[in-house]
Design a protein around this ligand. Structure first.
Ligand code: ADP
Ligand code: ZN
Length: 602
């Protein structure tokens, strides 16, 4: 049901037609071979009675001579009209026909309304382009830019995607299902419907989706979310219907929507064009709810900003399965470099391990770019093979390009971040009830975090005890205190931790009545929502200056107590801290159990 192309009506064609008319008009006038003659000659021709007729305007006299010979064409002439009071008299005397016309031509008439219209339309397009999501250029008005790409065989396999082993593992099931849907339905297995690949740009989300199609041997339909959102309400929604219609006819297959966030932004976000986006999004939700995955259609989508997605998209039965596609660690980077190096001839000195070691924080796309740049350099240098110098220079080039986007830490910073993160983790591991540590990483991600310690709760929690809150404060302080212990001073890297620690302590005092000194009262006017979402305390409530001072003292006391406790703890575990950080520097990512093993050794 291809709707858009047929209903399309292009304003451009209207303009083209108008300009064509103008051109033709000019052309006809030009071909009539008007001869410019001096006014004096005109007067003598007139006196000689040779002028058949003239048309007078304010500036010109244009006319026709009497034919000298019947067979000959009448000669056309034009001359500048000068102040001549006798003209009319002479014309009458010469027996010439004459008429006047106001000098305002068809051409000028047209321009007088076409020009403002063009300007207006131009401004309109500019505004739409700037503020709306309607990114069609002038040339594509009304013509859907959204192209559905259908690939019968993507020719990509899992061997082409490296450094994302966990994601690959999770997607194996999808491949199984696409290969033998009967088996799944017979056993009553839960069939995935929508899978959201979440991760930074260039980490291979698209590649991974294509690999799933390639491995399963099914058709791959892809479209980009940003292309869905058109200038005209209804076009995107029709496109969505079209996409699902086509896909259902080709099942088993995969539908992949890149940049889902462009289309699935939470409703009511962003100016203009949102009505169109809403309609498109609603249509997508309708289609997702309406299809039965048992027909063999799997929907996949990619985003690097899952937090802005409309929650409706993530509900059960929609994109309820999320797969993290993160930046690769050192081993992953080496594997990715090897994949891309297959297409080029490497010299014996080209040690990819060295390159993998130089590139923490790089995405798969960045690494592919390194190989490409190095190859270009080798060609420019007339070399037969790509050597280590080219690779190293390519890294520098890519780094220079990335510097603004991405943080690449220097050696000193990396050491600091490693000790900081291990500090957090060691404190967390020391408390029996604390949430387990999943992994500790010094691969920079995003703008804010240089490294991170991933601590995930094992169960949903609705209540927290005082001790647990104190432990949270302690874990947050662990990073800074580790830095102080090892480097003798703190750095700016702990600011965010301190903000969070202080907020927790404040909530304990003000909201949860956990301070003995202030008693079991809540000093916030509004209740905090849920225990788990500890918010920054609100504006000062109804209490005296004196109470405010007491609150400050109590907050300080809680933080100070935890500070002393963590300092004792980490001083006692300094050996584990050093060894853990060393391991982290080597591997960039270590698991919580790795660190636990190190800790237990001492
Ligand atoms: P995303 O969709 O996450 O932005 P892409 O899949 O478009 O990233 O990646 C762009 C290119 O970078 C890929 O075509 C591939 O050449 C390379 N690339 C990215 N990630 C990987 C990876 N994990 N393994 C191998 N190559 C990768
Ligand atoms: Zn920290």
């Amino acid at each position: 049901m291809p709707v858009n192309k047929k209903t399309s009506f292009s304003i451009l064609y209207v303009f083209l037609a108008i300009f064509a008319v103008i051109l033709v008009h000019d052309f006809i006038v030009a071909t009539q071979k008007l001869e410019e003659i001096p006014y004096s000659e005109f007067k003598s021709l007139l006196a000689a009675g040779k002028v058949a007729e003239v048309t007078l305007t304010q500036q010109r006299v244009t006319g026709m001579l009497k034919p000298q010979d019947i067979s000959k064409e009448q000669k056309l002439f034009t001359t500048v009209r000068i102040e001549d009071l006798d003209l009319i008299k002479d014309l009458s005397a010469g027996n010439s026909k004459f008429s006047g016309t106001i000098e305002s031509t068809f051409l000028r008439d047209i321009l007088s309304w076409v020009l403002p219209a063009v300007v207006f339309v131009g401004i309109w397009f500019f505004v739409m382009k700037r503020f709306g999501q309607g990114q069609s250029g002038f040339m594509t008005v009304g013509q859907s830019k959204a192209k559905i790409y259908a690939e019968k065989d993507t020719k990509v396999t899992f061997a082409d995607v490296e450094g994302v082993d966990e994601a690959k593992e999770e997607l194996r099931e999808v491949i199984e299902f696409l290969k033998t849907p009967e088996k799944f339905t017979r056993l009553g297995g839960k069939i995935p419907k929508g899978i959201l690949l979440v991760g930074p740009p260039g980490t291979g989300k698209t590649l991974l989706a294509r690999a799933v199609a390639g491995e399963a041997g099914v058709t791959f339909f892809s479209i980009s979310g940003s292309e869905f959102v058109e200038m005209f309400v209804g076009v995107g929604a029709a496109r969505v219907r079209d996409l699902f219609e086509q896909a259902k006819g080709k099942a088993p297959c995969i539908i992949f929507i890149d940049e889902l966030d462009a289309l699935g932004k939470a409703r009511g976000m962003g100016p203009m064009a949102h009505e169109e986006r809403e309609q498109t999004l609603n249509q997508l939700l309708v289609e997702m709810d309406g299809f039965d995955p048992r027909i063999g259609v799997i929907l996949m989508a990619a985003t690097n900003r899952p937090e802005i997605l409309d929650p409706a998209l993530l509900r059960a039965g929609r994109f309820d399965r999320q797969v993290l596609v993160d930046r690769p660690d050192k081993i992953g980077r080496l594997a990715i470099l090897r994949v891309h190096a297959k297409q080029v001839t490497l010299g014996p000195d080209a040690d990819l391990e060295v390159i993998a070691g130089m590139t923490p924080g790089f995405s798969g796309a960045d690494l592919a770019n390194i190989i490409n740049e190095a190859t270009l350099l080798a060609v420019r240098r007339d070399k037969e093979q790509v050597g280590l110098p080219e690779l190293q220079e390519a890294v520098e080039r890519v780094v220079a390009g990335l510097e603004k986007k991405n943080r690449v830490l220097n050696k000193m910073e990396k050491e600091r971040v490693a000790h900081h993160e291990v500090g957090h983790a060691l404190v967390a591991l020391s408390f029996p009830g604390a949430d387990p540590i999943q992994k500790i990483s010094i691969i920079p991600r995003g703008i804010a975090a240089l490294g991170y310690t991933l601590q995930l709760p094992t169960e949903d929690r609705f209540l927290m005890t005082k001790t647990e809150l104190e432990n949270k404060v302690a874990v947050l302080l662990g990073g800074r205190i580790a830095e102080e212990l090892i480097f003798g001073e703190a750095s700016t890297g702990a600011q965010n931790d301190l903000v969070k620690a202080t907020d927790i302590a404040k909530s304990m005092v003000k909201s949860y009545g956990m301070s003995e000194k202030l008693g079991t009262i809540t000093l916030d006017r509004e209740r905090q929502p849920l225990m788990m979402q500890i918010q920054a305390p609100q504006e000062k409530g109804d209490y005296s200056e004196e109470t405010a001072r007491e609150i400050d003292c109590e907050v300080r006391r809680i933080v100070d107590e935890q500070y002393e406790r963590v300092k004792r703890l980490l001083t006692g575990r300094k050996a584990a801290l050093l060894e853990g950080a060393k391991r982290l520097l080597e591997q960039e990512v270590i698991s919580g159990s790795d660190l636990k093993a190190i800790m237990d050794k001492y």
